[in-house]
Design a protein around this ligand. Structure first.
Ligand code: NDP
Ligand code: 8X3
Length: 251
């Protein structure tokens, strides 16, 4: 029987590539995101492979999160796998120049949003006596870099929360792990630099960055291990990247 996977941030980048790969590999998919048109088009594309349901909500909106999960039709309401992927960096400024709205966005989306979605789904997994939660962290969860202050703080929080989930859900037989990508060429830097596409493109020049499909492949591997195997913590970087700031560029 096909398992159902719910993916937040499925309208772009890592989330979208994961939805595309899992749809081709025998999973039912619940696509989540704010951009309705993108959800609609992706649902249309993936429906040729599998059963797809969309939920349009902002992870910052507590009520919208719980209402959306509650609204799932019976065919999609047993979530076997949750991929907490929605998130972004907003700004790249020294702490003294940080924009309060950027800080709110990162803490509210990357940390609180992940918690709200998890809180809406974990009781169902406990009742099912099975489930798998994958939180998308970052190399920024492992090391802090210049001007990364609050973004790194949110991803360090994701790392700690993942461990906390693993410990607390251990007795319930639920698998929990985090995947920590390094630099992936997605819309991430466009969001970080508020639509400055030239600045965003420069981030990935002079080396081969990861692409979203690379992380989708890893997610697929992690969720297709036998149930007694839990992959708790993975860091994946481009070969050219040795740390958040050590990147071998040929430019
Ligand atoms: P993208 O910008 O391409 O995708 C971000 C996704 O998050 C979009 O689908 C967006 O959907 C969703 N999202 C953002 N804000 C909200 C919100 N308030 N409510 C609901 N959904 C939201 O970036 P990536 O694919 O690169 O990022 C995915 C994850 O990977 C993030 O957690 C990011 O921190 C992490 N990551 C990325 C790395 C990179 O180098 N790209 C490296 C390490 C980690 P929509 O706007 O439609 O709501
Ligand atoms: C994204 C990684 O180093 O581009 O989480 O900020 S980085």
């Amino acid at each position: 029987m096909k398992k159902t996977v719910l993916i937040t941030g499925a309208t772009s980048g890592i989330g979208k590539a994961t939805a595309q790969l899992l749809a081709q590999n025998n999973f039912n998919i619940v696509l989540c995101g704010r951009r309705e048109e993108r959800l609609y088009l992706l649902q249309k594309e993936l429906s040729t492979h599998t059963n797809v349901h969309t939920l349009q909500f902002d992870v910052r909106d507590k009520k919208a999160v719980f209402d959306a999960i509650e609204s799932l039709p019976a065919a999609f309401s047993t979530i076997e796998i949750l991929i907490n992927n929605a998130g972004n960096a907003h700004g790249l400024d020294p702490i003294q120049n940080g924009d309060l709205d950027d800080w709110d966005a990162m803490i509210d989306i990357n940390v609180k949003g992940l918690l709200y979605v998890s809180k809406a789904i974990i009781p169902k997994m406990i009742a099912q006596k099975a489930g798998h939660i994958i939180n998308i962290g970052s190399t920024a969860a492992k090391e802090v870099y210049l001007n990364g202050n609050v973004y790194c703080g949110t991803k360090h929080a994701v790392d700690a929360i993942t461990k906390g989930m693993q410990i607390d859900l251990n007795a319930h037989g639920i698998r929990v792990g985090a995947i920590h990508p390094g630099m992936v060429a997605t819309e991430f830097s466009e969001v970080r630099f508020k639509g400055d596409t030239e600045k965003a493109a420069n981030v990935y020049k002079g080396f081969d960055p990861l692409v979203a499909q690379d992380i989708a492949d890893v997610i697929h591997f992690v969720i297709t291990r036998p149930y007694h195997v839990n992959i708790a913590d993975l860091v994946i970087t481009p070969t050219a990247q040795a740390s958040p700031t050590i990147v071998h560029k040929t430019l």
